[in-house]
Ligand binder design. Structure first.
Ligand SMILES: Nc1ncnc2c1ncn2[C@@H]1O[C@H](COP(=O)(O)OP(=O)(O)O)[C@@H](O)[C@H]1O
Ligand SMILES: [Mg+2]
Length: 282
């Protein structure tokens, strides 16, 4: 009998960002958006990236997603190179992006939207796809709106449907670029709880961008604070708040301490960004 104990399921979703730089328009304006940035994101980590507007967060996410190349360094997913100068691995169902502005098809119902990934990928019968999509909607508490169109449901519901649609592909990594940016505070509390529940159930690696510090600490396991452009990691905060989390976390002493630390680091960068902006305007 084998004594090999290494047959545990392999964790998926480990992202290594190694010395990544990205220059836009290298032959012209040469905008250095990301400067020698390194991050080690463990499989199953809820990683939140915060930083001033324009600092290079989306640029980094887009490189992981396979939307563009980088100028130097490399990005690996589970040891496989995704992105390096001259190379990008195209967007795939292992890395699903949920965008800031929403991307549901308005002419599809909720059920059809959630079924979309498996339909495009092929391999499953229509019935199996419908069954799988219905199961996902039940799991996500969205079964009662399966026949609604996106225009008939609230913005909070739309975001939830998008996350359900992303989860249908069983990605290794969920990439979320300020997904709750335009929401009012009350709706945010509902979608936050929703995403926390999805994370607790799935333990997917999440790469979440925001500039809302409270959101960052409430959701994240680690908060990576970026410098002003060009983006580098300024500070990493370990969010040692146990899960499952709910709104009561927001009044805990750990949360308040972390928020203070986060505020101090971000404020320093915001002042730099503001001053740089004034210089550019002058
Ligand atoms: N396609 C592009 N061409 C030139 N500059 C760009 C392009 N996309 C973004 N930038 C610049 O790169 C910097 C970082 O942008 P971005 O990654 O979108 O920042 P963030 O998401 O942190 O707000 C900004 O100064 C932005 O103007
Ligand atoms: Mg952005």
């Amino acid at each position: 009998m084998s004594t090999d104990k290494t047959n545990e399921p392999e964790a998926r979703g480990c992202i290594s960002i190694r010395n990544v730089s990205k220059v836009y328009d290298p032959d012209g304006a040469k905008v250095l958006a990301v400067d020698n940035c390194s991050m080690d994101i463990k499989a199953g980590e809820f990683c939140v990236v915060v930083g001033p507007s324009g600092c290079g967060k989306t640029t980094l996410l887009n490189a992981i997603a396979g939307f563009h190349e980088i100028t130097s360094g490399e990005i690996l997913l589970d040891g496989q190179q995704l992105c390096a100068p001259g190379k990008k691995t195209l967007p795939g169902s292992d890395r699903i992006v949920v965008f800031q502005n929403g991307a549901l098809f308005p002419w599809f119902t909720v059920l059809e939207n959630v079924s979309f990934g498996p339909v495009v990928q092929g391999g499953l019968s229509d019935k199996d796809i419908r069954d799988k999509a219905r199961e996902m909607l039940v799991q996500m508490g969205l079964a009662n709106i399966e026949n609604s169109y996106p225009s008939e449901i609230s913005s909070g519901m739309r975001r939830r449907v998008e996350i359900a649609r992303a989860m249908m592909n069983d990605p290794s990594v969920l990439l979320l670029d300020e997904p709750f940016r335009a929401m009012d505070a009350l709706t945010k509390t509902v979608v936050h709880q929703f995403l926390l529940d999805v994370y607790d159930r799935s333990k997917k690696t999440i790469f979440f961008i925001t500039h809302d510090l409270e959101e960052a600490i409430f959701l994240g396991s680690k908060v990576y604070i970026m410098t002003t452009r060009p983006a580098k990691i300024k500070t990493i905060l370990d969010v040692d708040i146990p899960r499952p989390r709910d709104f009561r976390v927001l009044s805990s002493s750990t949360y308040i301490r972390l928020k203070k630390e986060c505020l101090e680091a971000v404020h320093e960068e915001a002042i730099k960004a503001f001053t740089a902006g004034e210089r550019e305007m002058a």
